[in-house]
Write a protein that binds this ligand. Structure first.
Ligand code: DGL
Length: 257
């Protein structure tokens, strides 16, 4: 029987966004073989109905788990919609999802105004709503979907004049008295638009995302379950996509420092 520790870790997103999480996983677990799959042919997920998102995530997760020892849902939308169902289907497999980085954002000032940027699907799901309710006394939350930003990042245009124009339009309500004290990037595509977001708000705006936390939680789970790869060799990275024409964007974003 094959040694389960030697199997790869699968990292899944609706498209390129999970590449940022993949980079953190590689940094923390350099000896693991990593298999990335982005469903760019069907992105954005965030504008689709819940049932459609769940069906796509289940289909791809089932496929990836034929060879992988663990699955990272490097997508807030997939996590919010399908993590529960997946964990029920694969109760013995570590399935690590994204957690919007709300808690660290609460530390920027007493009762801060916190802008949560995420997909429509993530914003309407109970998982995020419950998290915001739990911290309602500690902050004022603003929610803003940004589907155009997902599309721009998918096209490799997260840091561009188009992104600047789009952000100028959708973030207009969050200025003056409504200017946030912190911004939570609750979609894994958005860290690839960090430069444009900081051009809009100014470089002193604190931004928070969940990539490092997810990589840490993966390492913790693999360790706890005796699934870390004991090899001394450097792990391999395999990037795959349902839309192979987008692979150059994956490669470019993976190699950004
Ligand atoms: N990257 C995904 C997330 O973290 C969603 C992007 C999409 O709408 O496909 O929510």
């Amino acid at each position: 029987m094959l040694d389960p520790c030697a199997a790869p870790i699968a990292v899944f997103d609706s498209g390129v966004g999970g590449i940022g999480v993949l980079r953190e996983v590689k940094r923390l677990l350099p000896h693991e073989d990593l298999l990335y799959f982005g469903d760019s042919a069907m992105a954005p997920y965030g504008e689709k109905p819940k049932e459609a998102i769940e069906a796509l995530v289940l289909q791809h997760a089932t496929n990836l788990l034929k060879t992988a020892k663990a699955l990272v849902l490097a997508c807030n939308t997939a996590t919010a919609v399908a993590a529960k169902t997946l964990r029920a289907k694969y109760p013995t497999v570590p399935i690590i999802g994204m957690e919007p980085a709300i808690k660290p954002a609460l530390t920027v000032s007493p009762r801060p105004r916190v802008l949560v940027l995420a997909t429509e699907a993530t914003l309407r799901e109970e998982k995020l709503r419950a998290l915001l309710r739990a911290h309602a006394a500690q902050a004022v939350f603003y929610k803003c979907p940004a589907p155009g930003l997902v599309r721009l990042v998918e096209a490799g245009l997260g840091d561009s004049a188009e992104a600047d124009r789009y952000l100028h339009d959708i973030l207009a309500p969050f200025s003056g008295r409504n200017r946030p004290d912190a911004v939570v990037l609750g979609c894994t595509h958005f860290p690839f638009a960090k430069a444009a977001i900081l051009r809009h708000f100014g470089t002193d705006m604190p931004l928070f995302d969940g990539a490092v936390g997810t990589a840490r939680e993966l390492a913790r789970r693999l360790d706890a379950e005796g699934l870390l790869n004991p090899t001394e060799h450097k792990g391999s990275i395999t990037l795959t996509s349902s839309s192979p024409v987008v692979l150059p964007v994956y490669e470019k974003l993976f190699h950004l420092s």
